[in-house]
Design a protein around this ligand. Structure first.
Ligand SMILES: Cc1ncc(COP(=O)(O)O)c(C=O)c1O
Length: 397
């Protein structure tokens, strides 16, 4: 008699093609059907629990089934679930846009709603290109950092630099060049240099804060390290506390004004998505910002990130650990000594799952990006399981 998890998995595999997955892996690797979530925990159909150490792909800030966010979405559901945002508007979109303008760098005063991270990156690329065109200039090449990731749609993939995702689609991509991540510079110095160079060469600076935004790196937005104000900022993921798809492109009055004129079909930004600025998603985002307003989230995160740092230091004594990196509530342990074909991350993933922790390594990088509400005891468990998992795959030297 199959258990509930197995039954759900079989039913799933009959019809669902999962993201970022070689589906054949599931012939041997169980899929975890999640029945419910509460706080940092996910629960499967057989009653097992898992600490969501990756915030369900970096989106969940304040835990699953958060009471404040739940209540705001329920209230919004009774009023308006969705309306198109062209020619119409609604209160949650208006209020959220005002709040975002208040909390982001000073020059960002216009909010263009989109509905997921990659689409926000696409919209920012198009807007930047189109801005220059409206000024009579053609600037069709983008520059981004080595190893960067900006999403999976064609434009977003083009400006990223992860070979695994990008190489196959090379003939379809738009023009892009990469510059190395400045290794011997502080974040502040690197950001200051990038802003100065973009101004000097009359190109835009697009700050993709889809992952870093909303406190993840220790400041509300990573741009705050150097106090720079970019020409565009893309936000998504944590914006709704991990509840619903929503993203924005924020930009300057100068960019906005370059599109503002008597109707001319070539000058307006005629880009849209059906679910742009969905009211339920905007309500979730307003609730998320309310939690930031009413609590010292960044202060508490600073204490937790120090604690995580101390807990990770013994990892450096393991022979298969190459490097430990951390910035705020993101920490990563890079492993060494493995061929890609060994899929070492997958082995650590499987071990951690068996111990009730959801880690989802990126290649040989085991990372932690937990919801901010994680307790110190839960941090202990998350890190102890990762340590044991990494130790269990170390080879005798
Ligand atoms: C920095 C960054 N940009 C863009 C994206 C793409 O967002 P989405 O997965 O919502 O398309 C991601 C997703 O991981 C990201 O981390």
């Amino acid at each position: 008699m199959p258990n509930q998890n197995t039954k759900m998995m079989q039913r799933d595999l009959e019809v669902i093609w999962h993201p970022c997955t070689q589906m054949k892996d599931h012939e041997t690797l169980p899929l975890i059907p999640v029945k419910s979530g509460k706080g940092v925990y996910l629960y499967d159909f057989d009653g097992n629990s898992y600490i969501d150490a990756v915030s369900s792909w970096w989106v969940n800030l304040f835990g699953h089934a958060n009471e404040i966010i739940n209540a705001k979405i329920k209230a919004q559901l009774e009023t308006l679930e969705h309306v198109l945002l062209a020619g119409f508007t609604h209160e949650p979109a208006i209020e959220l846009a005002h709040k975002l303008v208040e909390i982001t760098p000073s020059e960002l005063v216009k909010v263009f709603y989109v509905d997921n991270g990659s689409s926000a990156v696409e919209a920012a690329l198009k807007m930047s290109y189109h801005y220059h065109l409206n000024q009579g200039k053609c600037k069709p090449i983008f520059l981004s950092l080595t190893n960067s990731y900006h999403g999976e749609t064609i434009g977003a993939l083009s400006v990223g630099d992860v070979k695994l995702y990008k190489e196959t689609y090379e003939p379809l991509l738009i023009a892009n060049m990469q510059v190395p991540v400045p290794k011997d510079q502080s974040i502040e110095a690197a950001q200051t240099a990038a802003r100065a160079l973009t101004l000097q060469y009359d190109v835009h600076l697009i700050a993709d804060e889809i992952m870093t935004g909303f406190g993840r790196t220790g400041k509300m937005f990573a741009c705050e390290y150097a106090g720079i104000s970019p020409d565009f900022m893309t936000l998504s993921k944590g914006i709704t506390g991990g509840y619903l798809p929503l993203s924005v492109v924020m930009t300057t009055l100068e960019v906005y004004n370059a599109f503002y004129c008597d109707y001319n079909e070539y000058k307006a930004f005629l880009h849209s998505h059906s679910y742009t600025g969905n009211p339920l998603a905007c309500a979730a985002a307003l609730a998320t910002l309310e939690i930031f307003e009413n609590n010292d989230v960044l202060g508490e995160n600073a204490k937790k990130s120090h604690y995580i740092k101390a807990k990770l230091s013994p990892f450096s004594a393991l022979p298969n650990v190459k490097e430990i990196r951390q910035q705020g509530m993101v920490a990563a342990v890079e492993l060494q000594g493995y061929e890609t074909s060994e899929r070492i991350g997958l082995k650590v993933y499987e071990y951690a799952l068996s111990q009730g922790v959801l880690l989802r390594p990126l290649g040989a990088v085991i990372y932690f990006m937990p919801p901010y509400i994680i307790t110190y005891e839960e941090i202990d468990k998350m890190i102890e399981v990762a340590y044991a998992g990494i130790k269990s795959v170390s080879k005798p030297y």
